[in-house]
Design a protein around this ligand. Structure first.
Ligand SMILES: NC(=O)c1ccc[n+]([C@@H]2O[C@H](COP(=O)([O-])OP(=O)(O)OC[C@H]3O[C@@H](n4cnc5c(N)ncnc54)[C@H](O)[C@@H]3O)[C@@H](O)[C@H]2O)c1
Length: 425
């Protein structure tokens, strides 16, 4: 079992740290935000993630999971140090590596000889070399080990991954990092750093492509009178295509796809390739936000001015509290700009986030739709499936619903007198 330090205790760092402790390693999670660490030491988690609380409690009780802001104590005895810091979008669309560089410079004088530094953050091709340059420690190896977990199922994804990817020029270091995952029993793809870094961006770009593709097909379905749900069923049974990531919706978002697709376009450009396909995928996604706003406007009678919209959902997907680049946030911002007022219910949101101060945050779906001209389902929380359409009909001002996730049973809503509109059907 290894002694691991994790730098950055966010969605990836905290989930990874808790899972590595569960796998038997001794893990120290470091963050620069004192409050986050103080709360974690009191058992208060900074994020919503299924199964994480239990895993953190288990790791802490076993003395295998430690939270601190003291990077020196965390790193001095570490065999492996994971960088899980942000890599936000830079001014030109490329990934901003400044957090990675700062962390590497901090680590440089602290690492023991023979330690391994791992890029788990999503970083562009060449970043292993960037970290090596910042460390200036020839006695320390740098390895790329991109993370593929999804928010909402992070623990399940980490402990049962489809594969583990390890990229390094140093075979011994690559084997040591692969061995940390021995108990998860997944195939380990050992490769060079550039290939490992490319795999992560290529994977996210491909998944975003699948979603944009099905949203484009959904738009065609609306034009030709086809039903996207049946089309997806028929497509998905084809093993070459599969059902995953073929759900039409309000567009992709979250903390990864928007920045990673743009970064991939920039990586391609720097490599001398114009990635027109991926640019199209991004355009389709931007258009999708507009298509949902148009549907809501039409449902509201052709104008949003003075209309009350009830938004069910605010997070970028269900089972997370993450609002970063959420399609719901983007759509609501456009509704407000067009003169609507918006009441929101989301199971994980209790106060209006920065930039959306004009919304009213409600404590139930029915409260949000009191007096509404249109209900808009923007996040696929299961909670909305169980709302009685009859009770909702009694609460709204006008019986109009736009289901941007194709989540609800449309016959039931129509029976309750609603004009129901989904996506692609
Ligand atoms: N969120 C996801 O679903 C996901 C999935 C796969 C990969 N990734 C990638 O993982 C990386 C991290 O993403 P995230 O969502 O966990 O970010 P996050 O913002 O949730 O967490 C990052 C944490 O790093 C801390 N931090 C910043 N600088 C630090 C430093 N010098 N020392 C210690 N702590 C520091 C921050 O305070 C924050 O708590 C990104 O590159 C992201 O693209 C994210």
């Amino acid at each position: 079992m290894s002694n691991i330090a994790v730098i950055g205790t966010g969605y990836v760092g905290l989930s990874s740290g808790a899972c590595f402790a569960h796998l038997g390693h001794v893990v120290t999670c470091v963050d620069v935000v004192q409050l986050k660490i103080d709360n974690l030491n009191k058992g208060i988690l900074p994020i919503v993630e299924t199964g994480l609380e239990e895993l953190v409690a288990e790791g802490v009780a076993a003395g295998k999971l430690i939270f601190t802001t003291d990077v020196v104590s965390a790193v001095k005895n570490a065999d492996v140090v994971f960088l899980c810091v942000p890599t936000p979008e830079g001014a030109d669309g490329s990934a901003d590596l400044s957090y990675i560089q700062t962390a590497a410079r901090t680590l440089s004088p602290l690492l023991r000889s023979g330690a391994i530094v791992v890029n788990k953050s999503t970083v562009p091709v060449g970043s292993t070399k960037v970290v090596e340059r910042e460390l200036k420690r020839p006695d320390v190896s740098v390895v790329s080990n991109p993370e593929f977990l999804r928010e909402g199922s992070a623990i399940q994804d980490f402990l049962h991954p489809d594969r583990v990817v390890v990229g390094s020029d140093n075979q011994e270091a690559a084997i040591a990092v692969g061995a940390l995952y021995e108990k998860v029993g997944a195939p380990v793809v050992v490769t060079d750093p550039a290939s490992a870094e490319t795999i992560k961006y290529a994977a996210n770009a491909f998944l975003a492509t699948k979603i944009s593709y099905i949203n484009a097909v959904a738009a065609i379905c609306e034009g030709v009178g086809a039903d996207i749900n049946d089309v997806v069923l028929g497509l998905g049974y084809d093993k070459r295509i599969g059902h995953e990531f073929l759900r039409p919706g309000p567009g992709w978002g979250g903390s990864c796809f928007p920045k990673d697709t743009k970064a991939m376009v920039k990586i391609a450009q720097d490599a001398g390739y114009d990635f027109g396909l991926l640019k199209g995928v991004i355009t389709v996604n931007d258009q999708q936000y507009g298509r949902i706003v148009d549907k809501i406007r039409t449902a509201a009678g052709g104008t949003l001015k003075g209309k009350k919209i009830a938004s069910w959902g605010l997070t970028f997907k269900a089972l997370t509290d993450d609002l970063r680049d959420s399609p719901a946030v983007e759509i609501i911002t456009r509704l407000l700009a067009d003169g609507a007022s918006v009441s929101v219910f989301d199971p994980t949101v209790t106060v209006a986030p920065k930039g959306l101060d004009a919304i009213t945050v409600c404590s139930s779906p029915l409260e949000a739709c009191a007096g509404a001209d249109v209900i808009a389902v923007l996040t696929e929380w299961d909670d909305f499936r169980w709302v009685s359409p009859v009770e909702a009909a009694g609460a709204v001002s006008v019986k109009q619903i736009v289901d941007a996730r194709n989540l609800l049973d449309r016959s039931e809503w129509r029976r309750a007198g609603f004009e129901y509109q989904g996506i692609g059907r």
